[in-house]
Write a protein that binds this ligand. Sequence first.
Ligand code: GYE
Length: 320
Amino acid sequence: MSFNRRVMVGMLAAAGLAMTSIGALAADKKLTLGFAQIGAESGWRTANTQSIKDAAPKAGINLKFSDAQQKQENQIKAIRSYIAQKVDVIAFAPVVETGFEPVLKEAKAAGIPVVLTDRSVKVSDPSLYATQIVSDFIDEGNKAGKWLLENYKGQGEVNIVELQGTVGAAPAIDRQKGFADAIKADPRFKIIRSQTGDFNRAKGKEVMEAFLKAEGKKINVVYAHNDDMALGAIQAIEEAGMKPGKEVIVIGIDGVKGAFEAMAEGKMNVTVECNPLIGPQLMDVVKQLAGGQQLPKKIQAKESMYTMEQAAKELPNRKY
Ligand code: GYE
């Protein structure tokens, strides 16, 4: 709540007005949230955007939304324009971890609280943002690696190729680390190639084609930092005349519908869930911050993990 509004509410309360009229007054001034989205690189991202766009009007929040087309400079521009427009709260999903410090300082100087959604940033001063609603990407990578160690049926060396997310993005850095840490436990498991597919399907396919050209049947496993790249890899594997899900184990992260369909068809083995439906949670946070509330620095999104065997049963329940 702004200082003025707090004073006014205080005055009305002192005058003995009923709580309902105070509520009506507070509801009068709509809060404005400026959201700087990364882009529309994946099914996850599209679901995330939809969740935010649906949640804002339901919460009575006026949403200003921009799409940066995966370019940091566009995201910074959007945040600057929200500062100039004096929105109540700014939220954004930082495309990469570094380079946001100057614009975050500008927001702080303007007194506008900032919420980071899903991805985090590296800054020298954590007071540059109010809170972040995030997933544990290291844990997601770790779950993927542990699943592989526990479920791999073949003998001998296990050659893994890795499709990384956007270079410098928190989920790419952390999912790589979490997975690498998990497979360290068994020296048979080796990452023989690792390259970025920028979290999108077309690039995932292209990189997988190059991996297949270079390594062919040596490849036992593909670990993709998101499902869209895994789905691209599945196409590449099929076009190379091999069976995804059987000859090549396919592991993804996100839990998008396309992954459940591929798993139900036996072409993909497992997906680690990362929940994009954080719109309602974000709107709660916006109201709390605008009301001057202090929040914990980290708010965790809930998630699980699903295999081929569970896919057909879970498919009708998937919301994204
Ligand atoms: O996994 C990927 C998306 O930041 C958690 O970004 C998000 C990731 C998600 O493009 O599909």
